[in-house]
Design a protein around this ligand. Structure first.
Ligand code: ADE
Length: 245
């Protein structure tokens, strides 16, 4: 997976991606991160990339031309790819969308700043409008990082443990079960005995049950899409009942 990021703050992208699991994935060649500074395509004395909005109003707008030249350069060097514009007006990002994006070889992210980007260049180059949630950030860099981090861990080889990407929160529309490690007792709290039993059938049942309980408690909206057995549905209803009491 090759990520290309059009940004005014390339160092923010590079620094965040170069640590931890994504950093290791870059070194191992599973992913690459090409942060391109839109300002390098300004072609004016002060490298300005923004201007006042037509019609007036607060804030500045990023101009179409430098964004377009930056895009053309990326496509010339790497070929055409989906262009994701990070915006609160986009479709809200999800694990399912991440799985789709993870199938691509190249992805281009466009990070806006100020009050936005001239609509005409968005019309010409953007294929996907994506938001990371219903709140407003100062720019698209953090949302792009959120997306790249989520997508990168789905790229084969990035996680040591292939199963962990599958058996986790949001797979099957359920949240992940709780985890424990040594010591067996801490602050008077014991690890659930089933985890020490070595009985795989019991373990699997317990994981599943805990996922259902957690989802009913914290994210009941997810349960609509989850495929539950009769018994699990009953358990979820009990939890929901307790919440309203
Ligand atoms: N830019 C500013 N806020 C954003 C959000 N919530 N999602 C994506 N891009 C953004």
């Amino acid at each position: 997976m090759n990520f290309h990021v059009m940004t005014l703050f390339p160092e923010m992208i590079e620094q965040a991606m170069s640590v931890s699991i994504t950093g290791r994935a870059m070194k191992a060649g599973h992913i690459s991160v090409n942060a391109v500074n839109i300002r390098d395509y300004a072609q004016n004395k002060h490298n300005r990339v923004d201007d006042y909005p037509y019609g007036g109003g607060a804030g500045m707008v990023m101009q179409a031309a430098p964004v377009y030249r930056c895009y053309e350069d990326i496509v010339k060097k790497n070929g055409a790819a989906r262009v994701v514009y990070l915006s609160p007006q986009g479709k809200v990002f999800s694990q399912e969308m991440a799985q789709e994006y993870a199938k691509e070889d190249n992805l281009i992210f466009l990070c806006g700043h100020y009050e936005g980007i001239d609509e005409r260049v968005l019309e010409e180059i953007v294929t996907d409008y994506v938001s990371i949630g219903d709140y407003v950030l100062t720019g698209g860099e953090l949302p792009a990082l959120v997306m790249m981090d989520t997508i990168a861990r789905l790229v084969p080889g990035v996680l040591n443990n292939e199963v962990s990407a599958q058996t986790e929160s949001f797979s099957e529309h359920l949240l992940e079960y709780p985890q424990y490690t040594r010591p067996e007792e801490w602050h008077g709290k014991k690890v659930p005995p089933v985890l020490l039993s070595g009985n795989h059938k019991l373990l699997k049942e317990w994981y599943r049950e805990q996922s259902v309980i957690r989802t009913a408690k914290n994210r009941p909206d997810l349960l609509e899409k989850a495929e539950l057995t009769e018994k699990e549905r009953h358990l979820a209803e009990q939890i929901l009942q307790q919440k309203t009491e």
